[in-house]
Design a protein. Structure first.
Length: 491
C-alpha cells in the first residue's frame, strides 16, 4: 500500500506557490491569439497564438507573402521565429513538469529546481531570439521603409513578450533561491510523493485535454457578439454588434421557421434514441447468457466493429443495397421478372425509423460494452442464491442482472437526456439529399451548414451557445429528478 507522505520545508515551500501561479499565467499566453508574444511583424496573422506560431508556417506567412517573395522578409527568419516560439512552448511544458515533480519529497523538490532552471532558461532564450529578430527588422525598416512604403516590424515589442520574460525570470530566480535556502536531502532518501498528488498527476493529462478540447473552444463564443467574416484578420470593437444575432433568431420569420423545423427533427431523433436506449442493455444481458465463449466473443466482435466504420462507408453500404441498381432491386427483378428501380434512399416514408435502425446497427454493440462490464461486476453469490431458491435463467436475468445494471443505465440515461440536442451530424449529412434534407437536418447539421456552408459564423455560434446552455440545464434538471426519485445523483 502506498504511503501517504506529507513533506514540509517551512518558508521555502511558499515559493513554490509563486512558481505555480506564474506558470498558470504563462500557459494563458500560449493559447490566446490576442496576447501572442511572437507577434513582432506588422502583417503577421493576428489569429495566431504562440502555439500555432510554433507549428504552422503557412498561417504565419498568409499576409506577408509579398514581403517574402521580394526578400524584404527572409524565410529563415520566419523559421527562426517558429523555432523561438517552439522553444518557449517547450520551456513552459518543462516548467509544468517541474511543478509536478515539486509535489514530492525534498529530493524531488531538489530535482524540480534543476528542471525549473532548464525550463525558464529555454523560455528566456526564446524571448531573446524574438527580440534579436525584432531589432533586426527595425533596423531594416529604418533604411528601406520610406522606399517600400511600409514597415515590417512592429513599433514596439508585444507586451505579452515582456510578460513571458517576466514569468520566466520569476521562475529562474525562485529556483535559484530554493537551491540556496532549501536543506539538502539525505543521501539515502528516495524520490517519494504523497498518494493524493500521484493521483492528481495521473489525472492531469486528461484534465489538460479536457481544457484544450472542451473549455478552450468556449473562447470562440465571442464571435456571437461581432459581425465576423471568415478570413485573415482579427476582431475589433468596430465589428461589435452586441445581441444583434440573438435578436435575429427571434425577429426573422424564416429563421424561426428553420429553427422550429430543425428542433422538431432533433427532438424526434433524440426521443427515439431515448426510447430505445434500453436495447444496448438488453443486448448485453442476452450476450452474457451465451454459454459458448467462442461464439459469444465472435458475436461481440461482429457487433462492435460497425462502430469503427465511418458513416461515409456506412452510406456506401446502404447505397450498394438500396440504390436503384442495388442488391434489393436486382433481387426483386430476378424474383418477379419485372424491373424494379425504386430509390429507397430518397424515400421519405418512415425516414426517422430508418435512421434509428442504421444508428442502432452501428452503435448497439459498442454501447453494450459498458453494460457487459457492469454485469461482470455483479456479485456472483447473488446468482448462486437465486439458483438455490429455484430461479431459472430468465428469472435471474430479471431479478439479479437487471437490478444490478439499473444504476449504470440511469447514469447513461441522464447523460443522454443532457445531450438530447446533440445528435451528431455525420449520419444525417451523408444520408441527406434533395428530398430528405428538410427531414434529416438536425441541429448539429444545421449549425454546420449555417457556419461552414453559408459563412454565417456569428449566427451559428449563437445557436451553438444556446444549445450548450440548454444541454447543461437539462443535465442539472435530470440530475435533480434522479436525486428525488432514486436518491442518487451524478453531479
Amino acid at each position: 500500500m502506498a504511503k501517504n507522505i506529507e513533506v514540509s520545508n517551512g518558508p521555502t515551500d511558499k515559493i513554490y506557490y509563486v512558481t505555480r501561479i506564474s506558470l498558470l499565467f504563462a500557459f494563458v499566453l500560449v493559447f490566446f491569439s490576442e496576447i501572442n508574444p511572437a507577434r513582432i511583424m506588422t502583417q503577421m496573422n493576428k489569429n495566431m497564438s504562440l502555439l500555432t506560431t510554433a507549428l504552422s508556417y503557412d498561417r504565419i506567412v498568409v499576409n506577408i507573402k509579398y514581403e517574402i517573395n521580394h526578400n524584404y522578409i527572409f524565410k529563415s527568419d520566419i523559421y527562426s521565429l517558429m523555432a523561438a516560439s517552439a522553444i518557449m512552448v517547450a520551456g513552459i511544458l518543462i516548467l509544468a513538469v517541474a511543478a509536478c515533480i515539486s509535489l514530492g519529497n525534498l529530493r524531488m523538490k531538489r530535482i524540480s529546481n534543476y528542471v525549473t532552471l532548464g525550463g525558464s532558461a529555454a523560455v528566456i532564450f526564446g524571448v531573446y531570439r524574438m527580440i534579436v529578430t525584432h531589432r533586426l527588422y527595425r533596423a531594416i525598416d529604418a533604411e528601406i521603409s520610406e522606399i517600400v512604403g511600409f514597415k515590417m516590424a512592429t513599433e514596439k515589442l508585444p507586451t505579452a513578450l515582456f510578460l513571458m520574460l517576466g514569468f520566466a525570470i520569476i521562475e529562474f530566480l525562485c529556483a535559484v533561491i530554493l537551491m540556496i535556502a532549501q536543506p539538502r536531502p539525505a543521501r539515502d532518501e528516495k524520490c517519494e510523493m504523497s498518494t493524493r498528488y500521484k493521483l492528481f498527476i495521473m489525472a492531469l493529462p486528461f484534465l489538460g485535454l479536457t481544457f484544450i478540447f472542451s473549455y478552450l473552444p468556449l473562447y470562440g463564443w465571442r464571435y456571437a457578439f461581432f459581425d465576423y467574416k471568415a478570413g485573415p484578420g482579427t476582431l475589433s470593437m468596430n465589428d461589435f454588434v452586441g445581441f444583434k444575432w440573438f435578436k435575429l433568431l427571434v425577429d426573422n420569420a424564416m429563421m424561426r421557421s428553420d429553427i422550429i423545423r430543425v428542433m422538431k427533427n432533433t427532438l424526434i431523433m433524440s426521443g427515439l434514441g431515448l426510447a430505445t436506449s434500453w436495447v444496448a442493455m438488453a443486448f448485453a444481458i442476452f450476450l452474457s447468457e451465451i454459454k459458448n465463449g467462442v461464439f459469444r466473443r465472435i458475436v461481440q466482435v461482429l457487433t462492435t466493429i460497425p462502430n469503427f466504420i465511418s458513416w461515409v462507408l456506412v452510406y456506401a453500404i446502404a447505397f450498394a443495397i438500396f440504390s436503384n441498381e442495388g442488391f434489393v432491386n436486382n433481387m426483386l427483378t430476378r424474383i418477379t421478372g419485372v424491373v424494379h428501380d425504386h430509390i429507397y434512399l430518397t424515400d421519405e416514408s418512415m425516414l426517422y425509423v430508418k435512421m434509428l435502425l442504421w444508428g442502432m446497427w452501428k452503435g448497439v454493440g459498442w454501447s453494450a460494452i459498458i453494460y457487459i462490464a457492469g454485469i461482470s461486476g455483479i456479485d456472483q453469490q447473488l446468482y448462486e442464491a437465486a439458483t438455490v431458491d429455484g430461479a431459472g435463467r430468465f428469472q435471474k436475468m430479471w431479478h439479479v442482472t437487471l437490478p444490478g445494471l439499473i444504476p449504470t443505465y440511469s447514469v447513461m440515461l441522464l447523460m443522454a437526456v443532457a445531450g438530447i440536442l446533440s445528435n451528431g451530424m455525420d449520419q444525417y449529412l451523408v444520408f441527406s439529399n434533395a428530398k430528405t434534407k428538410s427531414a434529416l437536418e438536425v441541429l448539429d447539421l444545421y449549425v454546420y451548414t449555417l457556419g461552414i456552408g453559408s459563412g454565417k459564423i456569428p449566427l451559428s455560434t449563437v445557436i451553438g451557445m444556446l444549445k450548450t446552455l440548454v444541454s447543461v440545464t437539462l443535465l442539472f434538471m435530470a440530475n435533480g429528478i434522479s436525486k428525488l426519485v432514486r436518491g442518487e445523483s451524478i453531479i
